[in-house]
Write a protein that binds this ligand. Structure first.
Ligand code: MN
Length: 287
C-alpha cells in the first residue's frame, strides 16, 4: 500500500494515477490528552487500521496524483536519524573534497555513529527547500528512508525487518561546514520526505533499489542501495543499540556519491525505485 498525507492533513491511498481520500479513518485514532506520546500515532496504528483504510479506499474521493499538495507522509516522527558516509564511493569523495569533509578525518559509519535531524526541518515534496547562508555550500543528498513501525530497542539485524512500517524517498539537505551534522542538517526544510510511504509488504527487499537525483536536468547521483555499507537491518540494529526506536521514527540511510551544491531557483528531481519520484524547486531567495 502507498499511503500519503496531502492537502493539509488529509490521508490518502495512492492507486495508479489516483490519490484516494481515506481521511475518515483518522477518526479511529485514540483521543489524547496531554502529555502526548513521543511517537507518530498514525504509524503506530497502521496495521490495526489497514482493513479500515482498504475499505475507505473503495469509496473515497479521488484526486489525480499530480493535483494534490504532498505533506510529509509521517506527520510527527519522534526522531529523524541520519547515516553518514554509508556508501563507499561517497566516503571517498568526502575524504578527497575538502569542501565536503572540512578537515574531518573520514573514517567509517561505525566509528562516526549516527546523527539526528530536527523535526522542524521536515517538509513534504510539494513544499520548497529554502536555503540559508549564501556564502556557503548547500548540497543535495538523495537517500532511501526507512520508517519504523514498532517500538524496539537493542534489536538484532536478523529481527530488524519485523520493525519496519515502510519506506520513502528522502533528501538529506546539507549545509557544508565545520559544525556538527545535527546542526548543519537541521535547518528548516532540510529534511524532505515523500511523496508517500510504501508499506513494507509491498517492498519486501530494500537492498537492491536504484536511486538517482538530477539538478536542472543534469544527473548528479545515480546509484543502488546494494552499495550501502550498513544495510537497512544493520542500521536498525546500530540505531536501536543507542536509541529506542518508535513508530514513525525515520532513518535516512545515507547518500551515495555525487553530492553537490544547489542554489536558489534550481530544480531538483529525484527518485528511488519503487518509491516514486519528486520534483522540487529550491526557493528563489535565501531565507
Ligand atoms: Mn545524508
Amino acid at each position: 500500500m502507498k499511503l500519503c498525507r496531502f492537502n493539509g492533513g488529509r490521508l490518502g491511498v495512492v492507486e495508479g494515477e489516483q490519490v484516494i481520500d481515506v481521511s475518515v479513518v483518522l477518526d479511529a485514532l485514540p483521543t489524547m490528552r496531554y502529555p502526548f506520546p513521543k511517537h507518530d500515532v498514525l504509524i503506530a496504528q497502521l496495521d490495526a487500521l489497514r482493513p479500515a483504510i482498504e475499505q475507505a479506499a473503495r469509496t473515497g474521493q479521488q484526486h489525480a496524483v499530480t493535483a494534490v499538495h504532498y505533506d510529509p507522509p509521517v506527520a510527527n516522527p519522534g526522531k529523524i536519524i541520519g547515516a553518514p558516509i554509508n556508501y563507499k564511493a561517497h566516503a571517498q569523495e568526502s575524504a578527497e573534497d575538502k569542501n565536503i569533509g572540512h578537515g574531518r578525518v573520514i573514517t567509517s559509519i561505525g566509528d562516526w555513529g549516527l546523527f539526528l535531524k530536527a523535526g522542524t526541518s521536515l517538509i513534504g515534496v510539494s513544499d520548497e527547500i529554502v536555503l540559508r547562508f549564501p556564502q556557503r555550500r548547500n548540497d543535495h543528498e538523495v537517500e532511501l528512508a526507512v520508517v519504523i513501525g514498532k517500538t524496539c530497542r537493542q534489536v538484532k539485524s536478523a529481527d530488524a525487518m519485523d520493525h519496519v512500517a515502510g519506506y520513502s524517498l528522502s533528501l538529506d539537505m546539507t549545509l557544508r561546514g565545520p559544525e556538527f551534522q545535527c546542526f548543519r542538517k537541521s535547518i528548516d526544510s532540510y529534511a524532505v520526505l515523500g511523496p508517500w510511504l510504501v508499506t513494507a509488504d509491498e517492498l519486501p527487499d530494500p537492498s537492491q533499489l536504484n536511486l538517482w537525483l538530477h539538478v536542472n536536468g543534469q544527473t548528479r547521483q545515480n546509484a543502488n542501495t546494494r552499495d550501502l555499507i550498513f544495510d537497512v537491518p544493520r542500521l536498525i540494529e546500530f540505531a536501536s543499540s543507542f536509541y529506542t526506536l518508535q513508530p514513525g521514527d525515520v532513518i535516512m540511510t545515507g547518500t551515495p556519491e555525487g553530492v553537490g551544491p544547489v542554489v536558489p531557483g534550481d530544480w531538483i528531481e529525484a527518485g528511488v525505485q519503487g518509491l516514486g519520484t519528486l520534483a522540487m524547486r529550491v526557493a528563489p531567495q535565501y531565507a
